[in-house]
Ligand binder design. Sequence first.
Ligand code: HEM
Length: 225
Amino acid sequence: MGWLWTFTNSSIGKKFVMAVTGLLVILFLLIHLAGNLTLYWGEGAFNGYVSVLDIFKPIIRIIEVILTLIFIFHIYDGIRLWYENKKAKSIRYKINASSENSTFSSRWMIWTGGIIFIFLVMHLSTFWYAFNFSGKTEVDGIEQYYNIVTTWFQSPVYAVSYIIAMIFLGFHLNHAFQSFFQTFGWNHKKYTPFIKKFGTFFAIVMAVGFASIPIYFFISSLGGK
Ligand code: HEM
């Protein structure tokens, strides 16, 4: 096991852990977005989707533990890489201005990641807590999952903080996507520009997809008043 410790502590090992855990987070986000979009099909569809997930609760619990570990490794190595880059840059800075060598997304990975972390704390302490521990998921035998989500999005502060967090998620994913290919050395004159463009497209789709939900339900709640 000593080799694993040495590898994960090496510079390339850290990048490797970031890339693999990042890819797993992206897979989770794709499934999560697809599930959340059932909100647009109405109460029956979303409550039905959550009830189906409920059948697999023991498996979901295991996935949640794995997800937590993935997030922890991703954040831990992200901070370590950022710190090492910062140290190295203070030496290189005299030769090259950092803005000439990196994009906005790459220089701000630590900060966009930090905002997403704050978002996650807020997100889990509201939705995840409400769905799992509040005891308010059923009233008179009727499931309340849809009502819980849509009621939260009636709050302008809550809805706007989601929208802002999703803009940061977009920037984070934009850099993460191309960085993944770079870590594995998959650079190609012909394909790299396409990968970059596709990464940006993917980041926009994810950010707009998630952000559309608070936007839609907040605006709908105005009409209902
Ligand atoms: C409008 C956007 C979103 C909505 C409506 C939403 C909704 C939800 C809901 C209802 C739950 C509780 C599910 C359950 O326990 O059965 C949940 C859990 C969770 N969400 Fe989100 N989510 C959104 C965006 C995000 C984003 C952008 C991330 C990550 C950056 C995220 C990460 C998580 C995680 C890690 C969990 C806990 C894992 C789980 O139990 O499924 N969510 N979300």
